[in-house]
Design a protein around this ligand. Structure first.
Ligand SMILES: *Cc1c(COP(=O)(O)O)cnc(C)c1O
Length: 227
């Protein structure tokens, strides 16, 4: 399928999810995940008006960023090695995969040196799958305490990946739990400021994620395709 078809198709499904759950369509933002496609297709994505681009590896993203970096807002959605922080910081506006203290320390240090704030989502492994990255939810409180004083990191939300389920409805408890964790952080003002966002929902399960409160959905195959 062409972007001119997938964009309205995905839009329609998002709109319906918002109606079903009584949400405002403007609360839900789309990240077009271009990790499966070429430089040329990434250019087409931007031309079609999708301005939030998601990539999960700097090695694969570099050429795309060098070609189109100023045409969109870039989201780093993959596991981030500490030694890659220097490559992505300042280029990617959001890091969706803050999942450990050593990474927080490096982000804080490098962002401070650059005179910027690293805007991050804390990635949680809600499902407990061993193959998934992310902080175990029971470690969230102590993690937040540890990063609270890091002045060059700003937490904008929580992120998770649900297991692949043949029946997407089965992912609902994972997304609901992430929302509850965010709401609890805000209730006790864990960071001293509001954490508004939930980065959750991919091609297979974005409708359920939206119904459970997603503010950013990360869409690859259903929207951008695979080449
Ligand atoms: C690849 C990827 C996506 C998009 O995957 P699709 O299922 O193709 O939509 C979303 N989030 C993360 C973290 C990814 O690595």
């Amino acid at each position: 399928m062409q972007l001119t078809q997938t964009i309205p198709y995905v839009e329609d499904r998002i709109a319906k999810s918002c109606v079903r759950s009584g949400r405002d369509r403007n609360e839900v933002h789309i990240i077009a995940v271009t990790k499966y496609v070429s430089l040329e297709t990434t250019g087409q994505v931007l031309k079609q008006g999708l301005h939030h681009i998601g990539e999960n590896r700097w090695q694969d993203a570099q050429a795309k960023w060098e070609a189109f970096g100023d045409q969109g807002t870039w989201h780093f959605i993959g596991h981030l090695q500490t030694n890659k922080v220097k490559d992505v910081l300042g280029k990617f506006a959001y890091i969706h995969s803050l999942d450990r203290l050593s990474l927080a320390k490096e982000l804080d240090k490098k962002a401070g040196a650059m005179g910027i704030k690293a805007q991050c989502f804390i990635q949680l492994n809600v499902s407990g799958e061993e193959t998934k990255y992310g902080l175990p939810p029971e470690e969230l409180d102590s993690f937040v305490q540890a990063i609270r004083g890091m002045e060059n990191i700003h937490i904008v939300g929580l992120m998770t990946m649900a297991p692949y389920e043949a029946e997407p409805e089965a992912t609902r408890p994972v997304f609901r739990r992430l929302r509850e964790l965010r709401d609890e952080m805000n209730r006790v003002r864990a960071l001293g400021y509001e954490v508004p966002h939930l980065s959750m929902g991919m091609s297979n399960d974005f409708e359920v994620a939206i119904e459970e409160g997603a503010t950013w959905v990360r869409l690859g195959s259903v929207l951008v395709g695979k080449e």
